[in-house]
Design a binder for this molecule. Structure first.
Ligand code: GRG
Length: 295
């Protein structure tokens, strides 16, 4: 196993345990809601956003005991978004992370509440744990996550996505949508990880630019995988974008140019890290992972 693979495994295991501790036990009332929350969050997913938070925290010499809570908060928002995205009113999907989606395994009302409760838990964590050197930075972290998840971030991107089905978006409009829908939370993961340590303004700006590049690269690759990989490999239904007549990087540019674009974004992400004093090796490896991933 490579050093990077071992690091990833280590962070993923840590994340699983931290999330398991934060999620209410299924034996506590309301049992069914708590069971569904645990079902939605535990035992699956690549944990890309927590990995980014850990790697950004390394750059700012953050205490990993702090970063793990910030990373958990971001992952809970991500998990909530997947639960709601899979519901019949949105993407209407039956498979997520290789198992039945929450509304299929439980029911729609429970899935709605799971999303709501996971979002609240994320902010509970950010508000209750000492994560930054000073209160102002910690308050800023709460704001970063709130804005990333809100109508001018992920939820707004999702609204644009829903409104765009069957419509001919151009490249700039597609990029605008994805910067919000997928990019905003990826950016929050990097910034929250960094804010757990000591980040100068220049370092924060460099990390912000890095995060924007890989947020977009993540989505470009997601579009390519949706078009080319199998349902079994992805653990979610493949080929949905074309089936739903959704504009994607593949439908606009073709798969070959989309792959090139992902490589260009990876190079931009690496370049953004060059100005940092720390080598940021993990962030570089994660940019490579995001672009080269096959699932
Ligand atoms: C419902 C407010 C709301 C937002 C939903 C994130 C999102 C917005 C929808 C998910 C739909 C989707 C397939 C988006 C493409 C990129 C993406 C976020 C993929 C899933 O993230 P991964 O690959 O998933 O990190 P895992 O399961 O590995 O955590």
């Amino acid at each position: 196993m490579t050093d990077f693979a071992a690091w990833m495994q280590d962070c993923q295991a840590r994340m699983e345990s931290v999330l398991a501790d934060w999620l209410p036990p299924a034996r506590i009332a309301p049992e069914r809601l708590h069971e569904a929350m645990r079902y939605a969050v535990l035992g699956g997913g690549k944990r890309v956003r927590p990995l980014l938070a850990f790697a950004a925290g390394e750059v700012t010499a953050a205490d990993v005991g702090r970063v793990q809570h910030a990373a958990a908060a971001v992952e809970l928002i991500h998990a909530y978004s997947l639960v709601h995205d899979d519901m019949p009113a949105m993407d209407d999907d039956a498979l997520r992370r290789g198992k039945p989606t929450v509304h299929v395994e439980f029911d729609e009302a429970t899935a709605l509440l799971v999303g709501d409760a996971l979002q609240s838990l994320a902010f509970d964590i950010l508000a209750s744990q000492p994560l930054a050197d000073d209160a102002a930075t910690q308050l800023k972290m709460v704001q970063v996550l709130a804005q990333a998840a809100g109508s001018r971030g992920m939820a707004g991107g999702q609204a644009i996505d829903l409104a765009s089905v069957g419509k001919p978006l151009d490249l700039a409009e597609l990029e605008f949508m994805h910067i919000h829908k997928t990019g905003a939370l990826i950016r929050a993961a990097v910034l929250l990880g960094a804010h757990c340590g000591t980040a100068s303004e220049a370092a924060t700006a460099a990390l912000d630019h890095y995060a924007k590049c890989i947020g977009l690269a993540f989505q470009v690759v997601d579009d390519v995988l949706d078009a080319e990989a199998s349902t079994a490999t992805l653990g979610k239904t493949a080929g949905k974008d074309a089936a739903n007549n959704k504009p994607t990087y593949v439908s606009l540019l073709g798969a070959a140019r989309a792959r090139e674009l992902a490589q260009e974004l990876r190079a931009d992400a690496h370049a953004a890290l060059d100005s940092l004093e720390a080598p940021a090796a993990r962030l570089r490896q994660l940019a490579d992972f995001v672009v080269e991933r096959t699932f």
